[in-house]
Design a protein around this ligand. Structure first.
Ligand code: PLP
Length: 386
């Protein structure tokens, strides 16, 4: 009755857990939300005002599939400065959220039977879309002992003549791991001469607590074969606005724009006008938000490490922690579901991010310090009684 490919399409467990948590809340249960990956801050006021102004000015019609020319030009200028590469407006495609950049570029690049390498544990949509398009999803394991960075030797072993895409994500969801300049340089050396694309998911690039963000596109010979995925969801607390973009070579940009014509036609016009205000205006709100996340990160790591049976690395970016819960004696799935049902703490099992997430939990600390402390207290109570 339905297409067979639907069996290969995965999902994001965060949305399922959120729905379960909401049901419990409807029954009167007090739930601490540490499951969903979205900043709990308001969108900066100048961006909201720009959207209101744009609506009043009539930015309510279709616009070109790759995006408003003036917005593409601003993004090109911004990425040129921010990543140290030379980007033209023709390299930029604006999409409703950043996710379509992954979906459309994978659709444009991957043939059935091709291989695509992705980080595991990692954002679950990578594996989902690779498999959906009939390609082979090849996981490369991120290990706690490497601070959840990529092991270049392991990556090298996974690359074959069928590899057409390698997905990188730094800062990373769900571990908060960050790829260092040297590691990116080694990856660049490994793939420079190969006929493949790098999908560089940089959506958390501004949510970085230590060091610098480096894009693999900035290494010699890499820009042509890299798709940078970025957007407004995390940097400006705009998840519900749906505003993202990709930077890629001009030919791929045309393919991606054509896919957009066939799918959504274009990205909302007035949110794009607000997007211009976002990158050209003051960045204070975004910087303040990151400062606050850093405080929470330290609280959450300290709190988790104080629980018997739990250990947690200090992430360098994004707003997630990925504590090791193997010593609790419970499988991470059971631990996550019992924490929700018995203690009202909503979080995710590490396996929601792939098989190598076994033995871990993922907590998003995009919540108030008060709620984080409440959640940590409940976790401690539950785990230490096991
Ligand atoms: N990439 C990663 C690693 C993410 O965690 C997310 C959102 O959770 C996205 C991409 C998608 O971002 P957007 O909401 O802009 O589509």
């Amino acid at each position: 009755m339905y297409a067979k490919r639907m069996k290969r399409l995965g999902t994001e467990t965060a949305f399922d857990v959120l729905a379960k948590a909401k049901k419990l809340e409807a029954k009167g249960v007090d739930v601490v939300h540490l499951e969903i990956g979205e900043p709990d801050f308001d969108t900066p006021a100048n961006i909201t005002q720009a959207a209101i102004d744009a609506l009043r000015q009539g930015w309510t019609h279709y616009n070109p599939s790759p995006g408003l020319p003036e917005f593409r030009a601003e993004i090109a200028q911004f990425i040129t400065k921010d990543r140290g590469i030379k980007v033209a407006p023709e390299n930029v495609v604006i999409t409703p959220g950043a996710k379509p950049i992954l979906f459309f570029s994978a659709l444009a690049i991957l043939e059935e039977g091709d291989e695509a390498i992705y980080p595991n544990p990692g954002f679950p949509i990578y594996e989902s879309v690779i498999r959906f398009f009939g390609a082979r999803a090849v996981p490369v394991r991120l290990r706690e002992e490497n601070d959840f960075g990529l092991d270049i030797k392991e990556l090298k072993e996974k690359i074959t003549s069928r590899t057409r895409m390698i997905i990188l994500n730094s800062p990373q969801n769900p571990t908060g791991g960050v790829l260092k300049r040297e590691q990116l340089g080694e990856i660049a050396d490994l793939v420079r001469k190969k006929n493949l694309f790098i999908l560089s998911d940089e959506i958390y690039c501004k949510i970085l607590y230590e060091g610098e963000h480096v894009s693999i596109a900035s290494f010699p010979g890499m820009q042509e074969k890299t798709v940078i995925l970025d957007g407004y969801s995390k940097t400006y607390a705009m998840t519900g606005w749906r505003l993202g973009y990709g930077v890629m070579n001009e030919t791929l940009a045309k393919h991606v724009a054509r896919l957009q014509t066939n799918c959504t036609s274009c990205t909302c016009s007035f949110t794009q006008r607000a997007g211009i205000a976002g990158i050209t205006g003051p960045q204070d709100d975004s910087i303040k938000m990151v400062r606050e996340f850093k405080k929470r990160r330290d609280i959450v790591v300290r709190g988790l490490c104080s629980i018997k049976g739990v250990s947690c690395k200090t992430p360098r970016g994004a707003f997630y922690v990925f504590p090791n819960v193997k010593a609790t004696g419970l499988e991470c799935e059971e631990l996550a579901s019992r924490l929700l049902e018995e203690k009202g703490v909503a979080l995710l099992a590490g396996t929601a991010f792939g098989k190598y997430g076994k033995g871990y939990l993922r907590l998003s600390y995009a919540n108030s310090i008060e709620n984080i402390n409440k959640g940590l207290g409940r976790m401690k109570e539950f785990i230490e009684k096991l």
